[in-house]
Design a protein around this ligand. Structure first.
Ligand code: SF4
Length: 334
């Protein structure tokens, strides 16, 4: 039986936001995220959709009100929409928001079913509007499907926010145009610093672009006014006078945001990582498959909050610097 107690860590931070990865697989191979020949998890190790559902209910019983489904790419998981429908039935019964982060390659197919299941807002990862740059970055020529997916989501009435990783020498010069394009379609856009998670084929130092530098350059041509807008995540927003839109900044390396942390992550194999930047993990799969799964899951959540670190220690300091963690972003979906 769940204790129903809120999830509060040693630093008095309340965890109300779960990021649940439903697969580590993806149909793209973004160079800053994973190597071309990424080894994916054996399917036998991945939780069933039914187990992911039970796991999410365990978190909702402990006060989680926002649930984001992630990957890899969540929409490549077969029958994923059934999990969304099942979780959508929890909206208004403890769950306030059900959302997901997608690369939009499959969004044209799922936009309406997601809306019908109760999803209202989604995040789309998009780093460029240039087809050549996209193909080099994602190592797949999929920009047309992505743009079609975004249009389908907007047509379905979903609120779309773009997440753009700022990359020196790759999309840096294009970012003002990307902002204008997004705001022209009434989409917020959030800029994100590269995070040193997992070995990749490139050297992250070559493409790491501190958002403090990028913001200073943007402010030479755009008028940014700090905004009180919050989405429950780490982004800090500014209103852009010239476009009438909103621009977010996620700055893990130049502006730590751990003090207000409200989230934990679970991988598709049921490993709970209390912190994106930490090695601490708790095995929820064993709890789910135990004789008394509800109590075992509850105890596992309590353990996770006891070991959750205060903050991350991400760093990209010199050429060839090793990643802060071996674990790839695709394991927890950011
Ligand atoms: S790095 Fe860890 S502590 Fe910091 S905001 Fe992310 S999950 Fe929270």
């Amino acid at each position: 039986m769940s204790s129903g107690h809120p999830l509060i860590d040693r630093f008095a931070r309340r965890m109300s936001y779960l990021r649940l990865s439903v697969t580590d697989r993806c149909d793209l191979r973004c160079t800053y995220c994973m190597p071309e020949r990424q080894q994916f998890l054996p399917r036998k190790d991945v939780l069933s959709l039914e187990e992911l559902h039970r796991l999410a209910l365990g978190f909702i019983a402990r006060g989680v009100t926002k649930l984001r489904l992630t990957g890899g790419e969540p929409l490549v998981r077969r029958d994923m929409i059934e999990l969304v429908r099942a979780l959508g039935r929890e909206l208004g019964r403890g769950l306030d928001e059900l959302t997901l982060t997608t690369n939009a390659t499959r969004l044209a197919e799922f936009a309406e079913p997601l809306r019908d299941a109760g999803v209202r807002r989604i995040n789309v990862s998009l780093d460029t509007l240039d087809r050549g740059t996209f193909t080099r970055l994602a190592r797949r020529d999929s920009l047309p499907q992505v743009l079609e997916g975004i249009e389908a989501a907007l047509a379905a009435g979903l609120s779309v926010k773009l997440n753009t990783v700022a990359l020196k020498g790759i999309n840096q010069e294009e970012i003002p145009d990307l902002i204008g394009w997004a705001h022209g379609k009434r989409m917020d856009l959030t800029l994100i610093e590269v995070m040193p998670l997992g070995e990749i084929d490139a050297d992250r130092f070559d493409h790491y672009l501190p958002l403090t530098d990028l913001r200073a350059r943007l402010e030479q041509r755009l008028t940014l006014t700090p905004s009180a807008h919050r989405t429950g995540g780490p982004a800090r927003y500014a209103d852009v006078a010239e476009t009438g839109g909103r621009l977010g900044f996620i700055t893990p390396l130049t502006g730590n945001f751990c003090e207000g942390c409200n989230r934990v992550r679970v991988t598709a194999t049921g490993q709970l990582f209390p912190c994106l930047g930490g090695i601490e993990q708790v095995d929820l799969r064993a709890a789910l498959r135990s004789d008394d799964p509800e109590s075992a899951l509850d105890a596992a959540l309590d353990l996770a909050l006891r070991i959750k670190p205060e903050r991350h220690h991400f760093a990209i300091e010199r050429p060839g610097s090793a990643p802060t963690l071996d674990r790839h972003m695709s394991a927890t979906g950011g």
